[in-house]
Design a protein around this ligand. Sequence first.
Ligand code: C2E
Ligand code: MG
Ligand code: MG
Length: 710
Amino acid sequence: MTVKPVTVLVVDDNQTNLDLLERRLIRKDFQVDTADGGKLAIEKALSGDYDLILLDIQMPEVSGLDVLVELRKKFDAVSLPIIMVSAKNESESMVEAISLGANDYITKPIDFPLAFARIQTHLNVRNYHQALKKSEERYSLAFTGANDGLWDWDIEAGSIYFSDRWKEMLGYGPDEIEGTPDDWFKLIHPDELDDLKKAIDAHLNGDNLALIHEYRALHKDNSFRWFMTRGVASHDDDEKPVRLSGSQTDITQHKAYDPITGIPNQVLFLDRLEWAMNKHNRRQGGRFAVILIKIERLADIRNTLGPVKSEQILAQMAGKLNESLRTEDSVSRFEEGKTATLSRFDEADFALQLEDCGDENQITRLGERILQDICEPYVIDGEEFTLSCSMGVTYISGETETSAETIISNAGTALTRATAKGTNHFEIFDQKMQQRAFERLKLERELRHAIENGDLCLYYQPIIDLQTEQINTCEALVRWQHGERGMISPADFIPLAEETGLIEKIGEWVIRDAARQIKAWESGELGHLRVSVNVSVLQLLNDDMAERVLDILDDAAVDPNHLKIEITESLFMQNMDRVTHILNTLHDRGVTIAIDDYGTGYSSLAYLKKLPFTHLKLDQSFIRDVSRDVASQAIVQSTLLMAQSLGIQVIAEGIEEEDQLSLLKVLKAEFGQGFLFSKPLNAADFTAYVKAHQLAHKEAGRQESREKSA
Ligand code: C2E
Ligand code: MG
Ligand code: MG
């Protein structure tokens, strides 16, 4: 916001005096206007906007005192300070001037430092009074609602003061919103902006006694909230509005309906659910269901389309669902006369309550139809969009003691299960599910402790050069030695760790322990051996992932070239830029990088070209059938050719049989891994295995050369 310069009107009939005063004032950064006579001075002062007037007393025709009297009719001494300028011998007029309302006087010849000090004093007094007046008004507004946000619009300056609370209500800190009307208007929902502006104009024009208006505004968390704003304008003596001040109240909660979709919000939904539950319990019977619907990736959709369009899609979706629940010709329609309440339960969650509904089969059919409805494309501004969702259902038949809370929580458990299955799934809650949910929680708690207690360990599986049959690398595979359950496979706890965020800690531990082992082998019996560790894509979402890995290697004094990381191919497409950056940083420092389980995910050549992969691990599902099934053979062969053309080496996973090995050798696969060579082993067993293998290899070599020379 720019600061308005202080404007002084200098009045003197003597042009030399006028010029001198003007020059000196301009040098002090004042904005100056001049009048060379009393008449012009009055005209200018009444129509202009001056902060202070320097007024010569002795002037022909209209004297300084005449001007003073005239101006004091309109401006009091606080709103417009007037300082008289006089000759030394005019003390009588000076006394009169003060009695007529002059603020002060200075004498000619002017002592400028003294004059500036006086001018500044009166300006300070004026500013102080104005600030006080403003803050009194603000406080009186604050009094009307301690929880409300306050705003104060200086119409002429085009600036608005927003109180900290006002900003906080929209999710912003004190310094995050500037002070112009546009800073306010850009937060208003586009459908409401015109109406708000009209309401403001109507009040400023005097058509409405006060401004009272409701609108939706965009919170920093990207959700729209309902607000009510109240304001009153103050006018100058010409009845021109100069200020508009008011308060803002968050009324989202009072609105029982979601501002965007117009359907009941959580408050109303829970209220209706309580009510329906009571009815259900009183009648002791009937069937009753709650369906929770989670719209997936809503945050992503918001980020790409912006909040307005994404909310429009949700509004369309809600409209479509409501419509579909009413449709009568559908087989699985919700029966006429029965109540169905669709509500916006949370940002991305919708809840549907069905009273007196059909049996489980009918609910399932209804659920499927809802899924289908939601997945149909939406058209916004001529563009097509699709949504995906998961649904969890609680179904109650017969007598029940259940509370509304339990119903919601059970539907939530079913929803979590549906989400875990992937997109567009539908699950009905049952007691077993509750048991599983409970066990999962227990497992999560134990996993947290496992890291701290050192119950995790690494097993190592050799990776063999198929042409020379030498051990080339090994893969580190994490194991959890559980006190009661014995060894738990990573397939059973890595997904849990990924969902709960524990993967970061586990991932870091794995790399640290692998680095320690690399060093131990290097300084012990095995020498250099590259170790490959599995890294979850979630770890790659951490911006400083590369630095952390390099630090760990540095701490352990391990050459980055002795570490390989394996990434499963399915997920990184969503965060390509970040992943590319991290992998490039690691690759530049010598870490080799493999794409794991190749062929099971999106298998796009584009990723292989863009990311710095040095190895490709062909998924074991292709190797399993490679010696029997022509299609698998074709896939293996074409992958090998493609990888070779890109300079990427292939590792065949899951080799269990000699037949598979022979065929892979014929197809010229570079490396192999599988139970045929060895299962994953603990570090001690692995060391022994490698030594035995090296020995056998040497022996075989000797045998071969003996045969050759014989
Ligand atoms: P993966 O990275 O594809 O690892 C290979 C899996 O195949 C290992 O299972 C290994 O024991 C198994 N395997 C090896 N050879 C054969 C074979 O000839 N036949 C059969 N049927 N299986 C074989 P494991 O150790 O249970 O690990 C499963 C998955 O868990 C790994 O698949 C990897 O995706 C993940 N994982 C393991 N350790 C870690 C880790 O430290 N961090 C992360 N993020 N994931 C890990
Ligand atoms: Mg792996
Ligand atoms: Mg694999």
